[in-house]
Write a protein that binds this ligand. Structure first.
Ligand code: PMP
Length: 352
């Protein structure tokens, strides 16, 4: 009944979305603040008749909007159903084991090896530096490869790689191999590599509206890169699903891009809360990695991540833990509101 491909699949496990009770939900890096109020106004006057027709398979208006925001052209922009889908299409389009292994950091977004298995791409996990940062020299020294991918800031560490390091990787790396920078969290404190896409034809930058734009529910992600790479992503999309982004999602995303002031204020609040949380956790004896994302990666000597997760869950707070050796002492805590943070720190102080 089932294909042999299915037998070997080990799917990615997303963070819990519990329906049983109300938690302070700090486990999936969602934004604690609502999207721009302009979206609510749009939904209130939306004409349902419009849903009779298929959405634009080329996402033209949204791509124009994104291009305008980043000072590029729409033929340098691709859109997908969440950045996970854009990543999946990119793995399919760009990475091929016949050329060598795909390179990514040892501790990183755990969907990458899943896509590799799905598309039969062999990979090499490149060790991080001792301070948990991504080490470009180690990527360069990793041997024959078919491409490289990493989030910046990295997940789940939250640590940022300065743009200079990405430039030196691109300058020294095989220009026939794609370098994919997954910028899901870049708005929370880093400099985007999108400024390099004209110079490096093998660079693709992937973004999401799920985090800084408070729109995880509409599932919109996008990629920016050389038009040749974008066309390749369209070829994959059009071999899979003509309409991955629905009518409402495409419109809502455009409205979000029209309210930069609102989102700048949201991001600033999250960064301030991150500073407070990191400081308070350190004061009560936690080790907190320097974060440029909307989460912190923290540990307390003598405890395993799972134990911390379970204790906090009992107290109505959800965080994420990992069972991978090397990071199994950590929990990843999404930055919530100031109020969430006060409750969290109080519980952490009393439990650990
Ligand atoms: N990249 C990274 C590094 C992430 O942490 C996430 C969120 N799980 C994604 C991509 C996917 O985000 P989305 O599909 O919501 O755009």
């Amino acid at each position: 009944m089932f294909s042999s491909r299915l037998k070997n699949l080990v799917p990615y496990v997303p963070g819990e979305q519990p329906q049983d009770r109300k938690y302070i939900k700090l486990n999936t890096n969602e934004n604690p603040y609502p999207p721009t109020p302009r979206i609510g106004q749009f939904l209130n006057r939306f004409d349902a008749e419009r849903l009779r027709l298929y959405p634009d398979p080329l996402f033209l208006s949204l791509r124009e909007k994104i291009a305008g925001r980043y000072g590029i052209t729409k033929d340098q922009v691709f859109v997908g159903n969440g950045s996970d889908e854009v990543l999946a299409f990119s793995f399919y389009a760009f990475f091929d084991s016949e050329k060598g292994n795909l390179l990514f950091p040892e501790f990183t977004y755990s969907f990458y090896p899943v896509y590799c298995d799905l598309f039969d791409i062999s990979y090499t996990k490149v060790p991080l530096a001792h301070d948990f940062n991504i080490d470009i020299a180690k990527i360069m020294d990793a041997g024959k490869s078919c491409g490289a991918i990493f989030p910046n800031p990295n997940a789940p560490t939250g640590m940022l790689l300065p743009l200079e390091h990405i430039k030196s990787l691109l300058a020294g790396y095989d220009e026939n191999n794609v370098v994919l920078v997954d910028e899901a969290y870049i708005d929370f404190g880093g400099e985007s590599a999108v400024s390099l896409i004209d110079q490096y034809k093998n660079l693709i930058v992937v973004r999401t509206l799920s985090k800084s734009m408070s729109l995880a529910g509409i599932r919109i992600g996008f990629a920016m890169g050389n038009p040749g790479l974008i066309q390749a992503l369209f070829a994959v999309k059009d071999s899979f699903n003509s309409y991955p982004a629905n009518v409402l999602s495409q419109e809502i995303a455009q409205i979000a891009f029209s309210d930069a002031d609102y989102y700048n204020a949201v991001v600033e609040k999250i960064i301030n809360t991150r500073t407070v949380l990191s400081k308070e956790l350190k004061q009560i004896g936690w080790d907190v990695l320097p974060s440029s994302a909307n989460f912190v990666f923290a540990r307390k000597t003598g405890f395993k991540g799972k134990e911390i997760y379970l204790k906090l869950k009992e107290r109505g707070i959800l965080v994420r833990h990992f069972s991978t050796p090397g990071i199994d002492e950590f929990v990843r805590i999404t930055i919530g509101t100031d109020q969430d943070t006060t409750v969290l720190v109080k519980e952490m102080q009393s439990c650990f």
